[in-house]
Design a protein around this ligand. Sequence first.
Ligand code: PMV
Length: 326
Amino acid sequence: MKVVASAPAKVILFGEHFVVYDKLAIVMAIDLHVHVTASKRSDDSIQIKSDLGFAGLFQDETYKPEFGGVEGRRILEPIKLAAEAVLNRLDDNLGVNLAIDSKIPMAVGLGSSGACAVATVAATSHLFGLDLSIEEISQLPFRAEEYVHIKPSGIDQTISTYGGVIKYRRSEGITPLKIELEVPLVIGNTGKLRNTGQLVKKVRDKRERFPKILDSIMNLGDIISTRAEEALRQGDMSRLGELMDINQGLLSAIAVSTGQLEALIFASRMAGALGSKLTGAGGGGCIVALSPKEKQDSLVKAIHQIGGTAMMVRKTDIGVRVVQFE
Ligand code: PMV
């Protein structure tokens, strides 16, 4: 018996970094998916094969690489933790084979690890007939996300579970937003991997040197996210784009943007984007450009021309789901 579950990637549309200081962030699920196939084993180990070129067997706290060497463990460990979170809810002595097929690029701020962990929980629980609520599916990957992000906000696993658009403030938690707007986007990827923790620290250090300035910038970020929520609700794309541009100015001001990111941002604006900004931690990774549908092709070309890779995506209201069961 095999079960396949899928879960979507995410973009932070507004409020990255400022969200760490209790400001509002707006996050959207996009139609790039990871698929996880789960099947039963006759022993209690967990075997994981990833299309990133790693495979291995987790057995009694040891990792036996099958291909890709021992460094595969770091990549596969969070998937194992997500599967374990489900197996721990069942009888002892159960094991699972997991195959990961992901269209979500890794370590560029699109929430690949969160999506993978959520799809793993859904596929594994379904395989063993464990009936989890949607809240449990979103919460069981917490240890997996902790492994990757040290202190995760929980945004990634939540958006991959529910889909759609959410707003998030640390002190208030996560609120789903009902957004009718289609939100066509182009993602531009610099291809440069980055480390979220280091960038968060960089902002913290800057705030220690310039507390009043950074706090003012962050308060502006909060106002931008609030206005963006209104623009999303009203379906006002051009206002939304302008707000993205203003948000990008603030991200440049706190020095998490890079020359490569700025180049992609300006290329997309010149090609007709309504607004464009980095998404996620910055320092590399991706930009997100709000694009009228008829301009999406030109944006993709413009980004390719200056050495980035580009993908047309849009909001998806579909979160995690079991797509195949045989
Ligand atoms: O690039 P990502 O998806 O890891 O996003 C980081 C978002 C930050 O606000 C920079 C950090 C955080 O924990 O919210």
